[in-house]
Design a protein around this ligand. Structure first.
Ligand code: FES
Length: 358
């Protein structure tokens, strides 16, 4: 059975977190418990038939692995086919196709460690960070976590009460700072967006030795993530301690788009070999990308975003070389180990081999 195969799971509960956000808890039958075991910070790919279309989206898990629940949070976005369908129609008892957990926005937690963690979250970017906070505080009794969390106003803060509850429960180990862009509070620094200046000031004011923080986590809108990353690097944080989870890809530059279009054209007709579910097949590159070429030839290559973000389409290159347009969904270690995002990849010559099982 492929680790990237969809399973039909029953929805046990739909929880309204705010006016715009719903959490979906799935019932996992005993025979699938090991398949749906996850690491803090990972996500699920959900699939539904909406108006006759196969719609797939990735949503982060909001719970800790030993919370005994499989639960993701979905924020409604304007024009979003899946998120609006969830808000409008999904209810307890329905079934959804769910792919086993994946993603690399995570670290190894160790109960013997006394670590220092800091996170920047914006809007629904809190979801995977909530999973990491719960896990760190629960499994590492001597570790501390600081969260900088940006939102529009108090009513749009997802997990407002749960976060306050964690602060009470883990007194002195969890520091929480809400930054609101459309609501004024008493502390000037906390009024406004998490832009570059505010991120820098937040680090200065609330993180004693930035270079000694063991891991930094960032998830939210693109500009906020860029601002937080620049502020951290500027404060001497080592890049390998910064973990960033992107939900969407930026638009590629015109130069990159033109270069990829040329490579796609040149590669048309090249022969590749594709391994999936233990079987290897010859596939001709069809001028799009490796993922679509494999699917066009009937192979069940997995995907969700097709934008280089989610890594659902990850495979290992075992022969030849490929060019990759976007690579947000991969860590440096994965790239060094030969992994590519097949939705973003084009073969550089004949004889490229990719393995989805590796
Ligand atoms: S399908 Fe999401 S990165 Fe390729």
């Amino acid at each position: 059975m492929s680790a990237k195969e969809f399973h039909s799971l029953q929805v046990a509960e739909v929880v309204a977190e705010t006016d715009e956000a719903r959490s979906i808890r799935f019932a996992v039958p005993p025979d699938l418990e090991s398949v749906f075991r996850f690491r803090a910070g990972q996500h699920l790919t959900l699939r539904a038939d909406i108006g006759g279309q196969d719609v797939r989206r990735n949503y982060s898990l909001c719970v800790a692995p030993d919370d005994g629940a499989l639960m993701v949070t979905v924020k409604q976005i304007a024009g979003g086919a899946f998120s609006n369908w969830v808000a409008r129609e999904l209810k307890a008892g329905d079934r959804l196709d769910v792919m086993p957990p994946h993603g690399s926005f995570t670290i190894d937690f160790d109960p013997s460690r006394a670590a220092r963690y800091v996170a920047f979250a914006g809007g629904s970017g809190i979801t995977p960070i909530m999973s990491l906070i719960r896990t760190a505080l629960k499994t590492e009794p001597r570790s501390r976590f600081t969260l900088f969390y940006g939102n529009r106003d108090a009513s749009s803060v997802i997990f407002l009460e749960q976060l306050a509850g964690l602060k009470d429960r883990y007194l002195g180990r969890f520091d929480l700072y809400h930054f609101l862009s459309e609501e004024e509070g008493d502390v000037d620094l906390l009024n406004g967006m998490l832009d570059r200046e505010t991120c820098e000031q937040a680090i200065e004011a609330f993180v004693d030795s930035p270079a000694e923080v063991d891991a930094w986590f960032v998830c939210g809108p693109g500009p906020m993530m860029d601002a937080a990353e620049a502020a951290m690097l500027d404060r001497g944080v080592a890049p390998d301690r910064i973990h960033i989870e992107r939900f969407t890809a930026g638009r590629p530059s015109a130069a990159l788009a033109a270069e990829m279009a040329q490579l796609q054209q040149q590669a048309s007709g090249l022969q590749m070999s594709v391994t999936i579910d233990g079987r290897t097949r010859k596939v001709a590159f069809d001028g799009t990308n490796i993922l679509d070429s494999a699917r066009a030839s009937g192979l069940p290559a997995p995907f969700a975003c097709k934008a280089g973000v989610c890594a659902t389409c990850r495979a290992r290159v075992t022969a030849g070389e490929v060019s990759m347009a976007a690579r947000y969904g991969l860590t440096d270690e994965e790239i060094d180990a030969g992994y590519v995002l097949t939705c973003q990849s084009v073969p550089k010559g004949d004889g490229v081999a990719v393995d989805y099982d590796a």
